[in-house]
Design a protein around this ligand. Structure first.
Ligand code: NAG
Ligand code: NAG
Length: 153
């Protein structure tokens, strides 16, 4: 009993950093900005998306398919949204990375739920590093789980 409590404690701590964030921002190889939004859609709501950012007092809509609202003209041909598996949307924006303000809040809204993340320009990670990190953490957590189940159940 104590051992399993102890083990679930350890596992809990190990698994927390691996949980995907609902919104994440990274830089693609060609310096495009990528914003992933993994909010689970609500079954009874229209599944529309909205990507925006703000810095200080300026807020700008980058891409949306909410009917009746429109993205700012400067982003219209520069941004693209694709669906993610199993749910969520990925927005990529070309050509603004160099002009990003120092401190930017990225926001996305799906089915009325809003998520935001505050990222300083210097902290933007390459997307390849982010996915490598996720892959490498899973590659040792799964064998560890198998090992623990074999030795204690
Ligand atoms: C927005 O796009 C998604 C998927 O591309 C679609 O399911 C949804 O109905 C669209 N929303 C509106 C308001 O057009
Ligand atoms: C960046 O902006 C956020 C939200 O406006 C604020 O909470 C945070 O303190 C700012 N960070 C820096 C380093 O200015």
């Amino acid at each position: 009993m104590l051992t399993s409590l102890f083990l679930s404690g350890i596992l809990g701590v190990l698994l927390i950093p691996v949980q995907p964030q609902l919104i994440s921002v990274c830089l693609e190889e060609d310096e495009d900005l990528r914003v992933d939004c993994r909010i689970e859609p609500k079954p009874n709501k229209i599944n529309s998306y909205e990507f925006s950012w703000s810095s200080r007092t300026k807020e700008a809509l980058i891409n949306t398919n909410v009917s009746g609202s429109a993205a700012e003209a400067q982003f219209r041909d520069k941004s693209e949204v694709v669906e993610l598996d199993p749910y969520g949307y990925r927005m990529t924006l070309k050509g603004f990375t160099n002009t990003l303000p120092h401190n930017t809040t990225y926001m996305c809204k799906i089915s009325g739920q809003v998520e935001s993340i505050n990222v300083e320009k210097e902290q933007l990670q390459p997307c390849s590093a982010v996915s490598l990190f996720l892959k490498s953490s899973w590659s040792w957590i799964v064998p560890l789980l198998i090992f623990l189940f074999h030795t204690h159940c």
